[in-house]
Design a protein around this ligand. Structure first.
Ligand SMILES: Cc1cc2nc3c(=O)[nH]c(=O)nc-3n(C[C@H](O)[C@H](O)[C@H](O)COP(=O)(O)O)c2cc1C
Length: 345
């Protein structure tokens, strides 16, 4: 493991990103449409090293758009929040970063990894990995403009023939980035193929700020393998946390204390899901909230169904088709009751 500029990470212990000390080295990935304030609050409640906002368009944030500002909502003021911004215009990125900092972000993360055509088509996100000088210029400008740490999340490179994460990571560090996270796939892979954690050794060899490995870390064993193969200081978990908000805490406990905690009891899971659902309704209002909740509710049902080998087909249809907020809450309760009865039988 290379030297880091913060507290040195060991197993599940946290590390420092500039002045921000993380309680553990297990991070929740930024995910548009997923890591809103209600979800972050649930995951943080179980235990988390660092939560990220959904990606915020710098252009929208610079105009104070309602949707962009809602993405900055803090959950627990005692826990660090990283706000991720995307864009390619220096002036607009600087304005957006300042707004995020004024609204309480602890860290500004710059997106160099989004593969979506609507983002790369505008030459932002992962497209910036094809323009190292421009990417470094953006990072430098933002780092000079705010007095909170700036970090970067990137991919291995644009495609198989241009895996320049080491070069970009070094340029980012020289431009002022205080932590680098790498999703161990190229942009052209989108989410296909296996994440190449071992490639991060090449990044580790050239930077001394903390390095975080991301991609396909779905549980404790993958987290251990990803850390061992990459030499990174921490892990970032994305899709695996959907429907399992306790996963980052389980991973941190396993890395730090060597304890493998079981999932919470079914009744606690029911309370968690209902609490999350009610928070979504409060955050977005009933009409939008019912729709926003569906991906989470489907993931909770799937996770429970998989664990207990319980057929959730009927339940998913009922829960995900209803537009009635109270009916959905009642269905969730009934699902967990039936699951409990089934298990006890
Ligand atoms: C629904 C969804 C939304 C995502 N949104 C973002 C985003 O806003 N910013 C970002 O940097 N990455 C985003 N990602 C990528 C994740 O942060 C992460 O890099 C990727 O999912 C790989 O990690 P995983 O295998 O643990 O899911 C998103 C991924 C998913 C599945």
């Amino acid at each position: 493991m290379g030297k880091t500029d913060g507290a040195k990470a060991r197993k599940g212990e946290g590390f420092a990103i500039g002045p921000v000390l993380l309680p553990s080295n297990v991070l929740l990935a930024p995910m548009s449409g997923v890591t809103d304030a209600p979800f972050r609050r649930i995951v943080e409640g179980f235990g988390l090293g660092l939560g990220y906002s959904e990606m915020v368009s710098s252009r929208e944030l610079a105009c104070n758009s309602e949707d962009a500002v809602r993405r900055l909502v803090r959950t627990d003021p005692s826990r660090p929040l990283a706000v991720q911004i995307a864009g390619r215009d220096e002036g607009i990125m600087v304005r957006a970063a300042r707004i995020a900092a004024e609204r309480g972000a602890d860290i500004i993360d710059i997106n160099l990894g989004c593969p979506a055509r609507r983002v790369t088509g505008g030459m932002a996100g992962a497209a910036l990995m094809r323009e190292p000088a421009r990417a470094a210029g953006l990072i430098r400008a933002v780092a000079r403009a705010v007095d909170i740490p700036v970090t970067v999340k990137m991919r291995l490179g644009w495609d198989e023939t241009s895996k320049n994460a080491p070069e970009i990571a070094l340029a980012a560090q020289e431009a002022g980035a205080r932590m680098i996270c790498v999703h161990a796939r190229t942009r052209q892979q989108f989410y296909k193929g296996a994440a190449d954690w071992g490639f991060l050794r090449k990044v580790r060899a050239v930077i001394n700020v903390p390095l975080v490995v991301n991609g396909d870390i779905l549980g404790i064993d993958e987290a251990k393998d990803a850390l061992a193969q990459s030499g990174a200081d921490g892990v970032m978990l994305g899709r695996g946390v959907l429907g399992r908000p306790w996963l980052p805490m389980q991973v941190a406990m396993a890395l730090h204390d060597g304890i493998r905690l079981d999932d919470p009891p079914l009744d606690e899971q029911r309370q968690t899901v209902i609490g999350h659902y009610r928070a979504i309704i409060a955050h977005y209002g009933a009409q939008t909230g019912v729709k926003c909740a569906r991906k989470h509710l489907a993931a909770y049902l799937e996770a429970a169904g998989e664990k207990f080998r319980f057929d959730i087909t009927k339940w998913r249809r009922l829960v995900c088709r209803s537009n009635d907020a109270d009916e959905v809450a009642a269905l969730i309760s009934r699902f967990y009751e039936c699951l409990g009865v089934e298990r006890a039988a």
